[in-house]
Design a protein around this ligand. Structure first.
Ligand SMILES: [Zn+2]
Length: 275
């Protein structure tokens, strides 16, 4: 089990039922708690206690989330001081170390991943600490996307849906390959788009480089023909929506898939013009 240190803001959002962030906090805590041990330290405890009237309530709230409270190691306290010195040299205005310094130093020394919403101080003073934060959980970063919903909108998590195919496992059907290619567009995985395209029709690697400004918004499978585990050819008709330069657009395509060396690959597609 890996350790994740939970920053005060993430817990306060949840405890105060913040209209904007509570859902994110709840989802991400639930997802990470499955494969990680969740921790806070005394500083975080102090900060979150502000939201409660009695100490028993704080205890109950953190226990219900399976969070363990750790004391800060001396090395982390030492590193806090060092970060504060650096902060003062950068003309920081506070006269004593900020909670962020204690939290960042603790994550750094104990090699915890830090779950937070406030990035700036951690990025500046503890660049070595791995962060879990909302922007990183967007569609464009693969690693933290693992436990989030798959971009192909299958309602499964990415690691239970398209990730195995992106990591080399063969897609069993034409539709799963199509979905994994859609997800690869979302994740800007050009290599996968190239690999999953028939050798006979694929464009150059260079031309597959993804536009970083394109945001993929959703996929609807309209119909499929053949393409099962027993077939060697298949058709998938789909609508993929995306946003580019602030404009929402969509592709409606009938794609053909074949097997190459036993593996499904994309052969070609035909656009459908909307009536
Ligand atoms: Zn998927």
């Amino acid at each position: 089990m890996n350790g994740v240190l939970i920053d005060s803001c993430v817990l306060l959002d949840l405890f105060t039922n913040d209209s904007h962030w509570a859902d994110w906090s709840e989802t991400i805590l639930e997802q990470y708690s499955r494969t990680n041990t969740l921790y806070i330290n005394s500083i975080i405890y102090t900060e979150i206690s502000i939201g409660f009237d009695r100490v028993e309530e704080v205890e109950e709230a953190i226990e219900s989330l399976g969070i363990k409270v750790l004391e800060m190691p001396r090395e982390a306290l030492f590193l806090t001081g060092k970060a504060f010195v650096k902060y003062q040299r950068n003309k920081g205005t506070q006269n004593s170390p900020l909670p962020d310094f204690f939290i960042g130093a603790h994550a750094s020394v104990s090699q915890f991943t830090l779950m937070t919403r406030d990035l700036s101080k951690y990025k500046t003073y503890f660049p070595q600490v791995e962060l879990i934060h909302p922007a990183q959980c967007s569609i464009t970063t693969k690693r933290s996307f693992k436990f989030m919903q798959c971009p192909c909108q299958s309602k499964k998590s990415y690691n239970e849906c398209c990730e195995p195919y992106h990591n080399g496992e063969p897609a069993p059907t034409a539709e799963t390959l199509m979905r994994s290619r859609y997800s690869a567009y979302g994740l800007k995985d050009d290599k996968y788009l190239y690999k999953s395209w028939s050798k006979t029709t694929r464009p150059s690697k260079k031309s597959l480089r993804q536009n970083q400004n394109t945001e993929w918004l959703g996929l609807t499978i309209v119909r499929t023909e053949q393409g099962t585990i027993f077939d060697s050819e298949g058709v998938v008709e789909f609508i993929a929506r995306y946003q580019e330069n602030g404009q929402e657009q969509q592709i409606h395509e009938v794609s053909r898939f074949i097997r190459e060396n036993g593996k499904w690959v994309y052969l070609e597609g035909e656009y459908k013009i909307e009536q």
